[in-house]
Write a protein that binds this ligand. Structure first.
Ligand code: CUA
Length: 166
């Protein structure tokens, strides 16, 4: 019969307990944020066919741009593409200060990114799916947006702006 006990240094044991408590705290914080406060990562809004999304007359991206839904509320349909050249369509949108803009962004060719300066908007633009995020623009100014996923030789010239007027 063995009477040998596993020896754990108290210092090491305390660190193990501390790590276990931290894990429980993190799991609780994530659960409360996700289920209690409804904080979610941006999810794909819907699926589209990247081969027709820019040309199908029923597709909002065949005529990309800003739509006013109600005073101060807009939907912005933005198409990112590398063919025939690297750009966003439209390259610029203008809204008055205080506007809430829901961006619906998709790509008709390769993967792009969409990051608007000074906002929390920063997501991937994946061909075949629509990325959506709503941003409220309270301060007048120019909010540049850029492509954050390497998409070819014209990646660095892929940018645009949200102009917020007083
Ligand atoms: Cu589009 Cu990088």
């Amino acid at each position: 019969m063995s009477t040998k006990q596993m020896h754990i240094d108290p210092y090491e044991r305390n660190w193990m307990i501390f790590s276990a408590i931290l894990l429980v705290l993190f799991a609780t914080a994530v659960s409360v944020a996700a289920f209690g406060m409804g904080i979610q990562v941006p999810a794909p809004e819907t699926r589209v066919d990247p081969r027709t999304v820019a040309v199908d007359p029923n597709s909002p991206w065949s005529n990309p741009g800003l739509r006013e839904i109600e005073p101060g509320k807009y939907d912005a349909y933005i198409l990112a593409h590398a063919i025939p050249n690297w750009e966003y369509l439209p390259k610029e949108i203008t809204v008055p200060a205080g506007s809430s803009v829901s961006f619906y962004v998709t790509s008709s060719d390769v993967q792009h990114g969409f990051k608007i300066q000074d906002t929390n908007a920063n997501f991937m633009v994946i061909p075949g799916q629509v990325s959506k995020l709503t941003v409220k623009f309270d301060e007048p100014g120019t909010y540049n947006f850029i492509c954050t996923e390497y998409c070819g030789s014209g990646h660095a010239i892929m940018y645009g702006a949200v102009i917020v007027t007083p």
